[in-house]
Design a protein around this ligand. Structure first.
Ligand code: GRF
Length: 300
C-alpha cells in the first residue's frame, strides 16, 4: 500500500432534487471532467470520475408516477471550506438506520462537509429506507433477490454511484456482502461500522445482538464500536477508529447494544467529518490515522 496517502474526493455538491413521488434520475455527461489536486509526497492526485449518461430507477414513496430529473454536474454548487470541496456520500443500510440518520442530520446541520446523495438498502421495507424516502433522498435496492426483485445488479450499482459522483460509501448496518465490483470501483473509499472492538467479535455471522451476547458471554470488560475500511472479507479491513464502552457486570445484550449504539452515532459522524475534510492519512505501515482539526500535529 502506498505510504502517506490522503483520501481525497473531487466533487462539488447539491442536494438531490426533491421529489415526493417515484422518480427517475437522468445524468448528463460532463463537458470536461478532469480535476486534479496538488501533489506532494503526502498527497495523491485524483481525476474526477466521469459521469455516465444513464437513466436509473429510484424508489420513492408509494406513488407510481414517474418524472425525469436531470442531475447535472454543472448544477452543483462549489461549496467548500479552505479549498476542500464538499463530498458526496452513499449510505448503505439493512435496518433501522439510526447511524444513517445521525450522519444525514450532521450533513444537514453543517457538521459534515458532505451530503448523503443516495441511500442503498438491502430491502425496500426497512427503517432506513423509510427515513430516506421521507427526506426525499433516492433509495436504491441492492442486491436483487427473490424477495427484492427491484434490486439492481453490481454493475448497475457501481454505475449509479458513479453517475451520482459519489465520493465515499458508508456502510451503516448493511448486512449483505459488498460486491468486489464496488470495492474495486471505490478503493479505500468504503467504511463500515461494527459494534465491537475489532478484531474481536467480528467476521461472518457476527452482527447485531449476536455480537453483544458474545461479548457478554466472553467476560470481556470493554466493548465499543469500530470503524474500518472495507475489503473483500467481513470486518477485516484496516481499522480507522474505535471507542471504548464499559461492559457492566449485569448488562443484558440489549443494554450493552444501546450504550454502544450511542457511541456509534458520535463516532461515525466524527469519522465522516474527518473523511470529508480529507484528514485521513495513511501511515507508512498502512494504518489509517485521523489528523486532528484543532491541532494538525496530533493524530488519533
Ligand atoms: C449498528 O450496531 C452497527 O454497528 C451494525 O449494525 C447496527 C446498525 O444500526 N453494523 P442502525 O441501523 O444504524 O440503527
Amino acid at each position: 500500500m502506498e505510504a502517506q496517502r490522503l483520501l481525497s474526493g473531487f466533487c462539488s455538491t447539491s442536494p438531490i432534487p426533491n421529489a415526493k413521488t417515484q422518480f427517475f434520475v437522468k445524468y448528463s455527461s460532463p463537458s470536461s471532467s478532469t480535476t486534479s489536486f496538488a501533489q506532494s509526497h503526502k498527497w495523491v492526485s485524483f481525476k474526477a470520475r466521469p459521469l455516465s449518461t444513464k437513466l436509473i430507477k429510484c424508489t420513492n414513496t408509494t406513488h407510481t408516477e414517474t418524472a425525469e430529473v436531470v442531475v447535472s454536474s454543472d448544477s452543483y454548487s462549489q461549496d467548500s471550506i479552505g479549498g476542500i470541496l464538499r463530498k458526496k456520500l452513499a449510505v448503505f443500510v439493512s435496518g433501522g438506520g439510526s447511524n444513517f440518520r445521525s450522519i444525514h442530520e450532521a450533513c444537514l446541520n453543517g457538521s459534515i462537509l458532505g451530503d448523503v446523495v443516495v441511500l442503498v438498502a438491502s430491502k425496500q421495507g426497512c427503517g432506513g429506507a423509510d427515513y430516506a424516502r421521507d427526506k426525499s433522498l433516492p433509495v436504491i435496492v441492492f442486491p436483487k433477490t427473490k424477495l427484492e426483485p427491484d434490486g439492481i445488479s453490481p454493475a448497475d450499482l457501481v454505475a449509479t454511484l458513479r453517475g451520482l459522483e459519489v465520493d465515499f460509501v458508508l456502510l451503516a448496518g448493511y448486512l449483505k456482502l459488498i460486491p468486489v465490483e464496488l470495492i474495486q470501483a471505490y478503493p479505500i473509499s468504503i467504511l463500515n461500522i461494527h459494534p465491537s472492538l475489532l478484531p474481536a467479535f467480528g467476521g461472518k455471522g457476527n452482527y447485531g445482538m449476536k455480537v453483544h451476547k458474545a461479548v457478554i458471554a466472553s467476560g470481556a470488560r470493554y466493548s465499543g464500536p469500530t470503524i474500518h475500511f472495507v475489503d473483500e472479507h467481513y470486518d477485516t479491513g484496516r481499522i480507522l477508529a474505535q471507542r471504548v464502552v464499559l461492559v457492566l457486570a449485569k448488562d443484558t445484550a440489549e443494554e450493552l447494544a444501546a450504550r454502544v449504539l450511542r457511541e456509534e452515532h458520535a463516532l461515525y459522524v466524527e469519522v465522516t467529518k474527518a473523511l470529508c475534510e480529507e484528514r485521513i492519512i495513511w501511515r507508512e505501515d498502512g494504518v489509517p490515522i485521523i489528523r486532528s482539526k484543532e491541532n494538525p500535529a496530533e493524530y488519533s
